[in-house]
Design a binder for this molecule. Structure first.
Ligand code: PFF
Length: 440
């Protein structure tokens, strides 16, 4: 199990793939609509707080486990505990991973539709007032189901390319371009008439809005956006080289991911107020606001196409990392080869993904899309984060913790102590309180 495991070849590759996993629809699609429905500024403040005190330590914990035991989540828990008592968290991670892959692929399919509509000029030709109806028409119809299946097929094709050739290459190439395009869109949004109102909504916290369920959602969003709690970062760390600097990588991921979410907010909210839309409309928000922005830009068709192509690629680098949880699980525990594990993962995700896509049409009453989103982000991810914090904080051999944190270098003792303190106390206690209060 531990021999001949593939490895990322360069330092940049490690950062690009882990950041590629973290940055995706979670930042550009989920963050703005979650912030929009939960009061804006206060939500964002909580979110940043959770990234700092829980997110970064939990990324370190996942990295330590993954690199030490060089396996997927279940294998790591088994390797580290020497038994099967922690298996439940391994299975929870694998199930959560496939749930997220299923509903996330639906939204990734929407980005593909928008790539085509933007490139053919349809998107920017739609008047701002008609965007809601045309988008609703699309997601309730059969085309969104088709795109979900196509997206998952593309995802499988990249995953079949293997760790080095497939995942690393595509991430290295395209993540920096995405950041540049996002910055350009931000500058444009700041010139809109509703810029002041939008920025006030995003940056001025109204603490009356802070209910336990808002705090739970902010924590769920932090976990979702950082790809932690399911063993995704653990699985990626199993491909790290021995000298990958864990703490620096964790801080870089936390910082870049948060900056990109905030930039997405700066793109969306000024436009929401400029075009008289409501920030609270939920998962469809970004897909109705962005076309309105591009529609009033010179060369809007070009910018829209570029934006949605990059967002599609951002989604792909994230779904590849989610699929890796399941693929690695099947590969490690059933002996199926990578090709078969990938095909099996894709098949399951396609069935569930189609059911999620139908949640906007015929299966609206069941709404598997919302159920999967809520259960994975607000329950499975936090519980998984709590488990890995407790495990690394209390059960893992302290010598392993120190060696992995140092990664062959010298780091001040205060840093390792602070991370250990967060893993032992802050993260598990904080997550438990928020989960209980938020769910009740
Ligand atoms: N972090 C990804 C995003 O923000 O789009 C989503 C994600 C990836 C969640 C991988 C969970 C995961 F395991």
């Amino acid at each position: 199990m531990t021999t001949r495991r593939a490895q990322f070849s360069t330092r940049l590759g490690v950062i690009a793939t882990t950041v590629g996993s973290a940055v995706g629809l979670g930042n550009v699609w989920r963050f703005p609509y979650e912030a929009g429905t939960h009061g804006g500024g206060a939500f964002m403040l909580c979110y940043i707080f959770f990234v700092l005190i829980i997110g970064v330590p939990v990324i370190c914990a996942e990295f330590i486990m993954g690199r030490e035991y060089r396996s997927g989540i279940l294998g790591c828990y088994r390797g580290a505990s020497g038994g099967r008592r922690w298996d439940i968290f391994g299975y929870a991670g694998v199930i959560g991973g496939i749930m997220i892959l299923s509903f996330y692929s639906v939204v990734a399919g929407w980005t593909m539709e928008y790539c085509v509509e933007a490139a053919t000029g349809q998107l920017t030709a739609t008047a701002a007032g008609d965007l809601h109806d045309s988008f609703t028409g699309f997601i309730t119809g059969g085309r969104s189901v088709l795109w979900t299946v196509i997206f998952l097929a593309v995802n499988a094709a990249v995953a079949l390319g293997g760790v080095k050739k497939g995942i690393e290459r595509i991430s290295n190439l395209l993540m920096p371009v995405l950041v540049v395009v996002i910055l350009a869109c931000c500058i444009n949004s700041l010139t809109l008439q509703g810029a002041r109102e939008g920025l006030t909504f995003l940056f001025k916290p109204d603490f009356d809005q802070l209910t336990p369920s808002v705090i739970l959602s902010a924590m769920g969003q932090a976990f979702f956006s950082l790809s932690i709690g399911l063993g995704c970062m653990m699985t990626y760390a199993s491909y790290f080289r021995d000298d990958t600097f864990i703490i620096v990588s964790a801080v870089t991921i936390g910082a870049l991911d948060t900056v990109i979410a905030i930039l997405a907010g700066i793109i969306i909210f000024p436009a929401v107020f400029t075009f008289g839309m409501s920030p609270t409309q939920g998962p469809t928000l970004v897909f109705e606001v962005l076309p309105a922005i591009f529609g009033q830009l010179a060369g809007g068709g070009f910018w829209a196409t570029l934006f949605f192509v990059l967002l599609f690629i951002g989604s792909l680098t994230s779904t590849i990392s989610m699929s890796e949880i399941f693929i690695s699980f099947i590969g490690d525990h059933t002996g199926l080869n990578r090709r078969r594990s990938t095909l099996l993962t894709t098949g399951i995700a396609m069935v569930l993904g189609v059911l999620c896509a139908l949640s906007f049409g015929p299966l609206a009453r069941l709404n598997l899309f919302n159920i999967f989103d809520y259960v994975s982000s607000n329950i499975l991810l936090p519980v998984g984060g709590m488990a890995v914090s407790l495990f690394v904080g209390w059960k893992l051999d302290p010598a392993v913790f120190q060696r992995q944190m140092r990664s062959g270098r010298h780091i001040p003792a205060v840093v390792t102590r602070a991370i250990l303190f967060c893993l032992r106390f802050v993260a598990p206690i904080g997550i438990a309180i928020i989960l209980i209060a938020g769910l009740i």
